[in-house]
Ligand binder design. Structure first.
Ligand code: UDX
Length: 439
């Protein structure tokens, strides 16, 4: 089929490339000339494992362009995959989605299905339909379908090629048939429903996962107080298939481009309809506090970080991505700098993006060793493999004071007990094997 995809971010580009992999002819549209030139030569502008290889493999079925009219005019299906960032009031900003909808209306010259992949508040597909139908230039039939994306960054290609489910929201049969044809080479259960339910499935899924994380983080905080171990607790809970063992890792809170914004947007939408989503509100509040957990722990060791040399391991919101959106590092490093700390940071792929946001104040290092050298305290914000595999004895060898605050529970406490360090993690006992106590 001839497919156009609007937007070449994590959702748009990965969708386009995976549809080409399944044999469709795909035109990816973006307004950024530089990105289009890069993608045309088989280079992905975003860091996503496996994406470059898949782009290069399918370049004969892929076209990248800034000329939306060319891409949309005779497409069988047009996917909208542009961003819906958070507005200051917590609601979703739909400017980009509506801009694309207008461009589609002025461009299409044959019947087509417009598929909304971007995460949009419940009811937005209806508004997109009204907008396109009132602004149509040519006399064509257009259907709007909701088809939310469930990919996670870092595993986006695998998640898209092998989805757990394909959700299709339509108001009549024809667009549903077209979408089933688009996905006929994908092996996944299809949930066929109406558009509002499809939109809600996306928000409810993300918000439920965010809630699960905030729940285990609260349990972790209580475990610390009463002397239980949250990892054992999560293990014991996870064997119950009604609960499941995934998304029960406690830490310094969820970040990224989806959970923070989607929890706030659904809460906002419910409020707008005079309904308070109490569980979601709690998940949001717990997460805000959780992000400050390590800074609060640091006060046990030092009244202030003034004049101290601080090591930061990990800047991105999770491993496997260079994305910093809502990352705990963005909240914590400014506090350290405000305190007057000398901050040294390491991340395998996130430094460039961090530097763009915070051009001054942080020294960036090429290795974990260089970061730790002569520091007084170390904060772990991202569970990169390089951190998890790091030889624990080196913390003592390299640091002035080997105090490690681990926001991602990277190390087994049995191994920690064999090293000479102070190790403070989330929801587990603090281990202090230093002969001279610093606490
Ligand atoms: C998420 C959803 O997983 C995906 O289905 C949706 O389409 C987009 O949002 P993503 O934001 O890429 O994907 O990352 P995810 O792996 O879900 O992690 C989100 C955040 O939760 C990260 O900050 C991660 O560190 C945190 N997290 C995740 C935990 O703190 N504990 C966990 O057990 C799992």
């Amino acid at each position: 089929m001839k497919i156009a995809v609007a937007g070449t971010g994590y959702v748009g580009l990965v969708t386009g490339v995976c549809l080409a992999e399944k044999g469709h002819i795909v035109s990816c549209v973006d307004i950024d000339e530089r990105k289009v030139a890069l993608m045309s030569s088989g280079i992905s502008p975003i860091y996503e494992p496996g994406l470059d290889e898949l782009m290069v493999k399918n370049l004969n079925r892929l076209n990248f362009t800034t000329h939306y009219r060319e891409a949309y005019k005779d497409a069988d299906v047009i996917f909208i995959g542009v961003g819906t960032p958070e507005k200051h009031d917590g609601s979703a900003n739909l400017t980009y989605v509506y801009e694309v909808a207008e461009q589609i209306a002025e461009s299409i010259e044959k019947d087509c299905v417009v598929v909304v992949k971007s995460t949009v508040p419940i009811g937005t597909n209806d508004k997109i339909e009204d907008l396109i139908k009132t602004k149509l230039v040519h006399n064509v039939n257009v259907h709007i379908a909701s088809n939310p994306e469930f990919l996670a960054q870092g595993t986006a290609v695998r998640d898209t090629l092998h989805p757990a489910r394909i959700v299709i929201g339509v108001e009549d049969q024809d667009p549903g048939k077209v979408l089933k044809e688009v996905y006929n080479k994908f092996d996944a259960p299809v949930v066929l429903t109406n558009r509002k339910s499809a939109e809600m499935i996306k928000y409810a899924s993300n918000d439920f996962l965010a809630l699960k994380i905030s729940f285990i983080n609260e349990i972790a905080n209580l475990c610390e107080i009463i002397g239980a171990n949250v990892e054992d607790v999560a293990l014991g809970m996870g064997y119950d298939s009604r609960i499941g063992n995934r998304f029960l890792n406690s830490g310094i809170g969820y970040g990224g481009s989806c959970f923070p914004k989607d929890t706030k947007a659904l809460h906002w939408l419910a409020n707008f309809h005079d309904y308070e989503l109490k569980t979601i509100k709690a998940a949001i509040d717990v997460n805000e506090n959780q992000k400050l957990k390590l800074i609060k722990k640091s006060r046990k060791y030092f009244d202030s970080l003034k004049g101290l040399s601080v090591a930061v391991l990990g800047l991105t919101f999770k491993p496997g991505t260079d994305d910093l959106r809502e990352a705990p590092s963005l909240v914590n490093i400014p506090i350290m700098l405000e305190d007057g700390a000398n901050v040294k940071a390491w991340d395998p792929v996130g430094i460039e993006n961090f530097q763009r946001l915070h051009p001054n104040g942080v020294s960036y290092c090429h290795s974990i060793e260089e970061t730790l050298k002569d520091t007084d305290i170390c904060f772990i914000f991202t569970e990169w493999d390089e951190v998890k595999d790091f030889d624990l004895s080196k913390y003592n060898e390299l640091m002035r004071n080997p105090i490690i605050l681990d926001g991602r529970n990277c190390y087994d406490l049995l191994n920690v007990r064999e090293s000479k360090i102070i190790y403070d993690s989330i929801g587990r006992e603090t281990v202090n094997t230093l002969e001279v106590s610093l606490v």
